[in-house]
Design a protein around this ligand. Structure first.
Ligand code: ADE
Length: 279
């Protein structure tokens, strides 16, 4: 998997790429990374990359030319033009643009925006299967629509809130996808984690057995693997019912749960009904 990040602040992403498991994945050749500073592709001597939106409204938009030129530099083609739009505007200073990189690799251009489709574990799996993700990070109030129309394949939101920087959203996408790339982490760890089976993860404890007055649950110290497995599954269901009842509803509708999980859900619902009747 190759990640190419286009940003006005590539340092934010570069710092993450130098750390821990990611650095190892890059060293092992499982992940490749390139960052490009969009400002290097500004066409005027002041390196301006934003302007006010036509029709009025708050904030500034990213100019199409620097973004388009940065995309062409990394080998992304404009859907509507047969030749790269590499020049400056009439009357402006011309800067030399590096030639577009010729490549046979299929690139998926993802624009990070709060107006995109929701990013989920399923979307992460889909993106992790791509050969190259070109992550376009917005700043200001957003991007000129012609860039999206001409170059972007996918618009993704990492949540129903507005970030001041697309870089943080790009990092969410990078972090959630690179760990799904084959050999980056063990398949067993992936299988056990939240969302993998439509339930949140069970709570966990480690040494020491006693932390102040709090003790780790006896069952986890019992060494009885089958009891521990059953207990953990019940904890998963309880936690998911408390924090994400929507996941339980969806899992039941889509027949994602096995008989054991359904029985636990029924038992808890039954207990809840009993308690409601007593109150
Ligand atoms: N840029 C700003 N907010 C965002 C969000 N929620 N998701 C993706 N990109 C963003």
């Amino acid at each position: 998997m190759k990640y190419t990040a286009l940003s006005l602040f590539p340092d934010i992403i570069d710092a993450f790429m130098r750390h821990s498991i990611m650095a190892k994945a890059i060293e092992r050749g499982l992940v490749a990374y390139q960052s490009v500073n969009i400002r290097d592709f500004a066409f005027d001597r002041h390196k301006v990359c934003d302007d006010a939106p036509y029709g009025g409204g708050a904030g500034m938009l990213m100019l199409p030319e620097p973004v388009g030129r940065a995309l062409e530099y990394v080998g992304v083609k404009n859907r509507f033009e047969s030749r790269p739009l590499s020049g400056g505007r009439d009357g402006d200073e011309e800067t030399v643009v590096a030639p577009a990189v010729a490549s046979a690799v299929k690139k998926r251009v993802v624009y990070l925006t709060p107006s995109g489709r929701s990013f989920t574990q399923a979307v992460a799996h889909g993106l992790a299967a791509e050969q190259e993700l070109v992550l376009l990070c917005g700043r200001y109030e957003g991007m000129d629509q012609r860039i999206i129309d001409a170059y972007v394949d996918d618009e993704i939101s990492v949540g129903d809130y507005v970030l001041s920087s697309g870089e943080v959203a790009a990092l969410v996408v990078i972090d959630a996808t690179y760990r799904l790339v084959e050999q980056v982490i063990s398949p067993l760890s992936l299988e056990e984690e939240s969302f993998g089976r439509g339930l949140l993860e069970y709570p966990q404890w480690t040494r020491p057995e006693k932390y102040g007055t709090l003790k780790a649950p006896d069952i986890l110290l019992s060494g009885h693997h089958e009891n521990i497995r059953r207990w953990r599954l019940r904890k998963q269901v309880e936690k998911t019912l408390a924090f994400r009842p929507d996941l339980i509803k969806k899992g039941l509708e889509e027949h994602r749960f096995d008989a054991e999980t359904r029985k636990i859900i029924d038992d808890i619902a039954e207990m809840q009904r009993g308690e409601d009747e007593r109150n």
